[in-house]
Design a protein around this ligand. Sequence first.
Ligand code: PMP
Length: 369
Amino acid sequence: MKTRDTLEERIYNFSSGPAALPLSVLEKVREELLNFQNTGMSVMEISHRSKHFEGVLDRAEGGLRRLLGISDDYAVLFLSGGARLQFSMIPMNLYAKGKPVDVINTGIWTQAAIMELERLTEYRLAASLEKENFKRLPRLEEIDLSPNASYVYIASNNTIYGTQWHEFPDTGAVPLVADMTSDILSRRIDISKFGLVFASAQKNLGPAGVTVVIIRKDLAEKAKDTIGTTLQYRTHIKHRSLYNTPPVFPIYVAALVTEWTEAQGGMAALEIRNEEKAKRLYEAIDVNDFYYSPIEKADRSVMNVVFRIRGDREDLEKQFVGEALKAGLGGLEGHRSIGGLRASIYNAQTLEGVNALIGFMKEFASRNG
Ligand code: PMP
C-alpha cells in the first residue's frame, strides 16, 4: 500500500487545525523561501508596502474573490488576532443600541462568541442546542429570529461537535454573520446572503496567524468613532489591510493555497470531492457495529467527522489514536472538551488518506471488537 502524500516520512494529518496543507504548496514555499521573486530576500524579509507584497495581497484577495464570487460590495480583509478577535470586533462594529444580537448557539465556538457579546452588547438566543449536547443543529422552524436584531450570529461548521449548516436561515433584512473558520472554501457559498463572514486561516486557508474577514462595506460604516482605530473594520478597508503590519508569511501561504484551490477546479469540484470523502468515512462508521456517530445524519459535518467506539470506550479510543499514529494517521483524537475521535478532512486531505483511515478503522475493529 502506498501511504502518505508522496514523501515517505509525511503522515496523513487529520488534525482539526492547524491542519494539513497541500504538499505542492509546502514545496512551493520551500522553493521560494530564500529568494522570493528574485528580490534576493525571503517573503518574510520584504516590506509589507513593497510592490512585491502588494502583489501577494492581490493574489490572496483575487483568489478568494474568484473562488467565492465576492462582489465589489464586499471588502476582503486580512487581519491578525485569530477568529477570537472577531468575537469582539463584530459586536463593536455592528451592534446598534436597543437592537440585541440574535445568536444561534451550536457549541463551544458560538459560546465563546457569546462570552464577548455579554461584555459588549445585548443579545438573545434565537436557538440553543445546549440541552441536547449540540448533537444537532436547530431546524429552521425552531429558530426564533427578531426583525429588530443588529445581526444574526452563527457558526457555519462546528469544529468540535462535527455539525455543519447545510441550509442557512433566511434572516431577511437583518445581516447574517457567520464564523466559517472550519469550512470556508470547502463548498459553494453565496456570500451575498451574508453581512459578514470570517475565518481564521489554519484549516482551509493556510497557516495560523491571519484571519480573513469578508464584510459588506456599508456595514463597516456603522461603527462608532469611540472604538479603537485598529478595531474598526473601516480602518482596514481604507488601508487595504496594511494599517498595521499584516502577517505577511501567512498571507503569502494563503495566496498559494487559493491558487491551489482554483487549480483543483474551484468550489464546485472541491465540494464534490469533500462530500465523497465524508460519505465514505461516515459509511465506514455507520456500517461497523464497533463505531458510531453521535451526530444527527442531516447535520453531519463534511469537514470534521466526529465518532466514537461503542460503549464510549475511552481506553480503546486512546489505543486507536496511538496505533493510528504508528500507522501514519495523525491527529485523530476528539477535542479535549468532549473526548472521542475526530477526523478532520479539510481540502488538503486526500481521498487516499481517507481510504487509509477507513482501512485502519476496519482492521482495528476486527482486532478489538
Ligand atoms: N471558530 C471556530 C469554528 C474554530 O474552529 C476555531 C478554532 N478551532 C475558532 C473559532 C478560534 O480560532 P482562533 O484560534 O483563530 O481564534
